[in-house]
Design a protein around this ligand. Sequence first.
Ligand code: CA
Length: 515
Amino acid sequence: MKVVIATLLAGLLAPYDATSAQRSERPNILYIMTDDHAAHAIGAYGSRVNSTPNIDRIARDGAIFTSVFATNSICTPSRAAILTGQYAHLNGVTVFNRFDSSRMTVARLMQQGGYHTGMIGKWHLGSDPVGFDQWEILPGQGVYMNPVFYTAERETTYTGRYATDVITDRALDFLRTRPRGKPFFLMVHHKAPHRPWEPDESHASHFAGRHIPEPATLWDDYATRTDALHENEQRITRDLTNRDLKISRPPGLSGTALSQWLTLRPDSVATVIDGQTVVLRGEALVRWKYQRFMQDYLATVQSVDDNIGRLLAYLDSAGLSRNTMVVYTSDQGFFLGDHGMFDKRFMYEESIRMPFVVRWPAGIAPRTRADAMALNIDFAPTFLDVAGLPPSSDMQGRSLLPLMRRRTPTTWRTSMYYRYYHDPGDHNTRVHYGVRTRTHKLIHFWKKDQWELFDLVNDPYELHNLYGQPGMAPLTASLKAELTRLKREVRDDDQLADVQLPNGVDGTVAKLRGK
Ligand code: CA
């Protein structure tokens, strides 16, 4: 069956027939993606908590997109959306289920179109990568220290090494050994800064003891919001574990006892302040937990930024910078204590907003800013457009190239459809779907038939649910109509029944190959 599908695809997707001269001018594409890196932890996006000089350099020398959103804010589904240019209900990856590798992807199309293709780092789609001339990936989530990587032929343990450094080393190896007669398309996917936020020693010491400013909504009490927010289990207050907080483990623990201790969520912590041992509880403990979480999170981000600097330096030294499109993004956003949470999943701004900066000196002017609404399903058509290749007819996204060139089409989208399926998932997050326009957001938690409506202009932190409030009926009706229209437009014809989780990969699969 797979052979039949492959043959069918090969027939449908005619090879790119540009002349060899045109081929040689086609730009290279270096796509760097992290896991859970919120835009508000990037200098170019106005971070209050850290600085990221190398990511900022990409933005300064090219374009920064301010309104890029994940269509389903969780790791594996976002990766599938990026590869296929399709929403989850069409690409088959709604939660952590395995990606059907016989499907069309941007990698397959780029490879068939004459690009030398590579994939290095976190894949997390259950099936092995297809469409890449060279790939080397972490099994499942992978680990930060002493990481194992595998290819079709071998497994390698990088003893004593840190995953972010190894991924960069392997990417540099791909670039140095690539065939010179073809442009390249390289996806570099970091594990960082995903939980459990384990920095290497030098970056950890850089952030240890540093005070990180608290977000404006750390103490959000969820007044006016629906049950879904009240029921979430991704709170700084009570859901960070001993492992997350890097609390010194008691001596003598091993096996099941150690596993249980690591997943315990402490409601008091003993720490030393000014030479005195103090037991923290309540508000003081929450503030301490926030600091511990953020110090480690930001330290893993700093390692990513340093390593991006290594890739940019290589492009410079090899004379490749001018005609290489370099993208930096993350598979979704992240709550950095915002609304008292960590993790993502919800349709709130901090979670769905993806950083997206792109540099291509031969094709994009420096200091370009694109505010039009873009989605992760736009990435695949963008890369194909840049390569001079047509998108597959079943891709739902649109090329972002006109936006990069400050020529946003008048027909560009002004609203987006979002849907989240992983309920209860690891953080007891309720299924929901919704619409975001440039000024408003309407979310429906359909199992309880509860709604949230936000005015993003006057309430950018989404603290005041206006649904059902006096005077809101006309706005609500128009947003509901838009939501229905979008649902139909993206061909999500599911009747919003409970979605059963398949027995596929999940976020904690440690078995090699993530199967
Ligand atoms: Ca992620």
